[in-house]
Write a new protein. Structure first.
Length: 147
């Protein structure tokens, strides 16, 4: 499987790839394509329900694993947007952001684009996001200086 055939990648923007829940074959494809970091925006409860240990599988393939849960008891924490900026500033290759469908990750990335003034007219259009859009979720993820 080539990365172009990887159905889990929903959108790409520069070195950020937005994806739905990967399986282990997707992780193999991401690693082979040079991804360096995988950011999981699913809640710990959702991640625990997977048939494999996601963190261990990511790290076994030489990529860094980062939990940034959105939803459930975790809500939408603006500190995630600040932490994402630090990760992206230090990136040394593609960063894959995922959740179940990619939507929560897209909203976190939209908040990042707004906070860094890289959003253009519409952060979702900037990142080529084809899915749902919730302005309230983006606002909830914005650090206070960007509200």
């Amino acid at each position: 499987m080539t990365l172009q055939d990887d159905a889990s990648i929903v959108a790409r923007h520069d070195q950020v790839w937005l994806a739905s829940q990967p399986d282990e074959a997707d992780l193999d494809a991401w690693a082979a394509a040079g991804a360096r970091t995988v950011i999981n925006s699913r809640t710990p409860e959702e991640t625990a329900g997977l048939p494999f240990d996601l963190a261990a599988a990511v790290e076994a393939r030489g990529m860094r694993y980062v939990d940034m849960p959105i939803g459930g008891a975790h809500g939408a924490d603006p500190s995630l947007t600040t932490a994402l900026a630090d990760i992206l500033a230090a990136q040394d290759g593609p960063v894959v952001m995922h959740c179940r469908s990619g939507t929560r990750s897209a909203h976190l990335y939209a908040a990042h684009l707004i906070a860094t003034e890289a959003a253009g007219e519409d952060p979702f259009a900037t990142m080529n996001w084809p899915g749902g859009r919730d302005a309230n979720l983006v606002r909830a993820l914005l650090p206070p200086a960007n509200e």
